[in-house]
Ligand binder design. Structure first.
Ligand SMILES: Nc1nc2c(ncn2[C@@H]2O[C@H](COP(=O)(O)OP(=O)(O)OP(=O)(O)O)[C@@H](O)[C@H]2O)c(=O)[nH]1
Ligand SMILES: [Mg+2]
Length: 238
């Protein structure tokens, strides 16, 4: 069974378009599935709009409060019933049709990460954002000797056992890098597939390198030391 987990910060306009497209793709995969949207900071108007989406297997958790994207992911993972987890952003940056590209790799790997920075990928990002993002990603790979080019992409498919094993801490954007880093350190096999990354559909960006920089730094430093001092527990269970 597949569990699709989508964190969202008041993304009704994007979800209205994304969810029906995603539903069509999930129907073709020949397995049970569920779609769980953790939609924070919702207005009452957007809550009403989302009620109009009538889809099988869809659960939208609307909250007026916002506990952060990392918190939303963790809640999604704890609710997931599937043995395969799919994560994607709500803002139409990720094309649901690309999910089928990821799945064959689960025969050999535990986690398949959508990457904007390997041959065959495409991305619509401004030059300065692209330079900053690529630099961050290069640093993560070099410091931790992890052979990934894109640690900050939210488009991933992985086995549920990975989430049952690693202990995720970040409540904010740090979660994006914490997932592949801790999975790798815990001995799971990771690979990347190229994706076509689009600009967000509507709404404004939540991206703030001033906020995300320290969050990434915290995850990175902890992981760096846990790699050096191998006795630092990174797994919940073995
Ligand atoms: N629940 C929750 N979701 C969030 C929060 N911040 C961002 N998200 C969601 O996480 C995903 C990634 O956030 P984005 O705002 O798209 O960040 P980005 O892709 O780096 O930047 P842009 O696409 O330019 O906005 C989107 O689906 C957002 O709606 C948050 O504080 N709470
Ligand atoms: Mg986005």
């Amino acid at each position: 069974m597949y569990s699709v987990i989508i964190p969202a910060k008041n993304e009704a306009n994007n979800l209205k378009k994304l969810l029906p497209e995603l539903g069509l793709v999930m129907e073709t995969l020949g397995q049970d599935y569920e779609i769980i949207v953790l939609n924070d900071a919702v207005s009452s108007r957007s809550k009403e709009e989302l009620k109009k989406i009538k889809m099988k297997h869809l659960k939208i958790i609307n909250r007026e409060k916002n506990f952060g994207v990392g918190y939303a992911f963790k809640e999604g993972f704890s609710l997931a019933k599937g043995d395969t987890i799919i994560t994607m952003d709500a803002d139409q940056s990720h094309d649901p049709k690309e999910i089928t590209k990821f799945l064959p790799f689960l025969k050999k790997y535990d986690m398949v990460c959508g990457s904007r920075y390997i041959p065959g990928s495409k991305f619509e990002m401004g030059l300065s954002r692209s330079i900053i993002s690529r630099t961050f990603n290069k640093i993560f790979g070099i410091l931790l000797s992890i052979p990934l080019q894109d640690f900050t992409s939210g488009f991933r498919v992985f086995k549920k056992k990975v989430m049952d094993t690693i202990n995720l801490e970040s409540n904010g954007f740090g979660i994006y890098i914490e997932i592949p880093i801790k999975s790798h350190i815990s001995g799971f096999k990771l690979t990347e597939v190229p994706i076509n990354y689009h600009k967000r559909g509507s709404g404004t960006s939540n991206l703030s390198y001033l906020k995300q920089g320290p969050e990434y730094g915290k995850v990175l430093i902890k992981a760096f030391f846990s790699k050096i001092f191998k006795n630092t527990p990174i797994r919940n269970k073995s």
